[in-house]
Design a protein around this ligand. Structure first.
Ligand SMILES: [Mg+2]
Ligand SMILES: [Zn+2]
Length: 202
């Protein structure tokens, strides 16, 4: 895809809680820690199918601090990511490009432990994606399930959609409810009603 002057709209999407479901490990919600724990969110395939059909690029931007925190190896993290994409492929949809922030300010792996520019709510990976792919953010959408997704999308001028679900600790859900997104949905299917308006395809 051309860079610079040929900027196009894109659909930017968070992974955990939006593409794949969160997982309850002994009472605590977390992102999947093993490939076999990956389950797709109900309705997400329909959204991605709608976008794929219209050739709107889908860009996954995900914080994966588990490696920095010593919770999982790079290999496990890669295997989980691959599993997500395998499941999507088995349903006939694809994500065009993936960007992952592996850092965390309070990690245990020295080379990944720092305040980086790419961990959402920072917009470093959005900027990188724009350089790689030529994105017009003002015509683009960010779909996420955390305040940090909405803040990062806002920072670059995307339209923001918050998917509010209940697979998280109660105090985090309360925090997420305060995020100020352009649109808020409680079922991913509702995004299908918003997309044609945002992408001006009505
Ligand atoms: Mg998430
Ligand atoms: Zn980072």
């Amino acid at each position: 895809m051309a860079q610079g002057i040929n900027k196009s709209p894109a659909f930017i999407i968070d992974r955990d809680g939006v593409i794949n479901r969160m997982v309850n490990y002994s009472g605590q919600w977390d992102s999947p820690q093993k490939p076999k724990d990956v389950r797709l969110v109900d309705g997400i395939v329909d959204i991605l199918h709608w976008l794929n059909e219209r050739h709107i690029p889908i860009i996954e931007i995900s914080n994966q601090p588990g490696i920095a925190k010593g919770k999982m190896t790079q290999e496990t993290s890669d295997a989980i990511e691959n599993r997500v994409h395998q499941l999507l492929a088995s349903r006939g949809v694809r994500i065009d490009k993936t960007y992952i922030c592996p850092h965390h300010p309070k990690g245990v792996v020295p080379e990944l432990t720092r305040e980086c520019d790419c961990r959402k709510p920072k917009a470093g990976l959005f900027i990188k994606a724009a350089k790689d792919l030529g994105i017009n953010f003002s015509e683009s959408v960010m779909l996420g399930d955390k305040a940090s997704d909405i803040q990062a999308g806002d920072a670059v001028g995307c339209k923001t959609v918050l998917y509010l679900h209940n697979e998280d600790q109660p105090e985090k859900i309360e925090q997420t409810k305060r995020a100020r997104a352009d649109h808020q949905v409680t079922r991913v299917q509702e995004v299908l009603e918003i997309l044609p308006k945002i992408f001006k395809l009505v």
